[in-house]
Ligand binder design. Structure first.
Ligand code: DLL
Length: 440
């Protein structure tokens, strides 16, 4: 790691794997793909049975193109094998667990060996370096610490780079701004929407953070227009960082100084783009769903994981000289997952919560708005006619019960509004449960 710890000026990017000649990179990918497939086949019953169904064995993978023969893995597989069914390492070798939203009441669980954590730290070091962050920088990490991968993933990367990391975690805007000003913060890690909120609050509080130079923003989609606004209003460089728990966490891909597509750390993650309807692999440049295969993960190898994120591969070389291919910024998903203040939410989770509480009808509507750049989520829920005629005290108790049940499942506090029976719009076809007013 010494090359990445060098002080500014002495930094030698050419010694990172970001600049490997493509043939060398492809050889590493093939060798790692073969050992990943062998590991998954030997140790994970679900992968083995799916491969056997297709009359495949690890020996069937002779070239990188052979990856197309392998079955996909989807989020439901993590749910169905909850909590530990996809682990390929014994518990004694697993040193960390994280979790992310599932589609119902239970989260999905992901595991790391020490070697997996080392890989994660390495890709985060390479991500920070690509954003121009180095030793001597003061990095405020406002991603949530805990089961969410944002906090700890960024944290260890920042420390290994040699930067000064402030593990402030999310929330408490006034304290964030005070720290930013008083500690001379030069780099900030948080969701882009939270940064907009910080900007607004800083203006109101007349806080000066002129030393801030770089933002490492991700965990939710954000547009080029939003970047322009952030950069113009704050004078910083705003970099997009992508990742997901199932694959590792933040650090799957990052924008370099050219801010034109995210370089994927292809020596650890193998990207493909498929047509979400047919599963057919699309050529470079075609827009579709990103599918990722881990190439070095031990505790939880993922074979052809369907991310549901829609993007395309940009195969043309980047001016920065990195040989890692890029993906376009992710603007949308091919499923109904919502991202509210960086938290993943499936409407089906809200439904699960409502079904746990008596007195409500399974008619609900999720309304999303944005106030001062911060996402707000309201759930309108129809109550039964009996409950509706109850006294106000009982209705208030029901509303509070719903808010805490939803918070338990989503990990997010939302506003619940009880409405009269039959007052929400009904649709004849597919129910339209989400009204997204964030960008209108
Ligand atoms: O959000 C990991 C992360 C933390 C990434 C901090 C970047 C920064 P999950 O909670 O598992 O992991 O959510 C993963 O969030 O499949 C995308 O839909 C979305 N997402 C993550 N980064 C971006 C991004 C983390 N830069 C899901 N642009 C992914 C758009 C993003 N969507």
């Amino acid at each position: 790691m010494s090359a990445w710890n060098d002080p500014p000026g002495g930094f030698h990017p050419v010694s990172t794997p970001d600049y490997l000649p493509r043939p060398q990179l492809l050889a590493i990918q093939l060798q790692r793909l073969q050992s990943t497939v062998a590991r998954a086949y030997d140790r994970v019953p679900l992968f083995r049975s799916r491969m056997e169904d297709r009359k495949l064995s690890p020996a069937s993978i002779r070239s990188l193109a052979d990856i197309g023969k392998l079955p996909f893995t989807v989020k439901a597989d993590l749910r169905d094998t909850y909590p530990f069914g996809l682990f390929a390492s014994p518990m004694e070798e697993i040193v960390r667990l994280h979790a992310s939203s599932g589609t119902t009441g239970k989260p999905i669980v992901v595991a790391y060996t020490q070697s997996d954590l080392d890989v994660w730290t390495e890709v985060m070091v390479r991500s920070f370096a690509a954003c121009g962050i180095h030793r001597g920088d003061v990095v405020q990490n406002a991603y949530g610490y805990g089961l969410f991968t944002g906090g700890l993933g960024m944290h260890y990367g920042g420390e290994a780079l040699g930067a000064t990391v402030i593990p402030i975690s999310g929330g408490n805007t006034e304290r964030q701004l005070m720290v930013m000003q008083d500690f001379g913060v030069t780099a900030l890690c948080c969701t882009p929407s939270y940064f907009l909120y910080l900007l607004e609050s800083a203006k109101e509080m007349k806080i000066d953070f002129s030393r801030l130079r770089v933002g490492v923003f991700g965990a939710e989609p954000w547009s080029e227009a939003m970047r322009d606004r952030i950069q113009a209003e704050s004078g910083i460089r705003a970099h997009d960082i992508y990742g997901l728990s199932e694959i590792i966490g933040p650090g799957v891909g990052i924008e370099c100084s050219h801010q034109h597509g995210l370089h994927v750390f292809e020596d650890h993650f193998y990207p493909e783009i498929i047509d979400p309807d047919t599963g057919e692999v699309l050529p470079d440049g075609g827009e579709g769903e990103l599918v990722l295969t881990t190439l070095s993960k031990q505790a939880m190898p993922m074979i052809r994981y369907r991310t549901r994120d829609v993007t395309s591969i940009m195969a043309e070389p980047c001016e920065c000289g990195r040989t890692l291919r890029r993906i376009r910024r992710i603007g949308r998903r091919s499923d109904d997952m919502l991202i509210i203040r960086g938290v993943n939410v499936f409407p089906s989770q809200v439904e699960t919560a409502l079904l746990r509480v008596e007195g409500t009808l399974p008619h609900y509507q999720i309304v999303l708005t944005r106030e001062k750049g911060l996402d707000q989520m309201e759930v309108k829920v129809e109550v039964t006619p009996e409950v509706f005629s109850d006294e106000i005290r009982k209705l208030e108790a029901l509303q509070q019960q719903l808010e805490s049940t939803i918070e338990n499942i989503l990990g997010l506090r939302v506003k619940v509004t009880l409405v009269q029976p039959r007052s929400l719009p009904r649709s004849e076809g597919k129910a339209r449960r989400v009204s997204d007013l964030r960008n209108v």
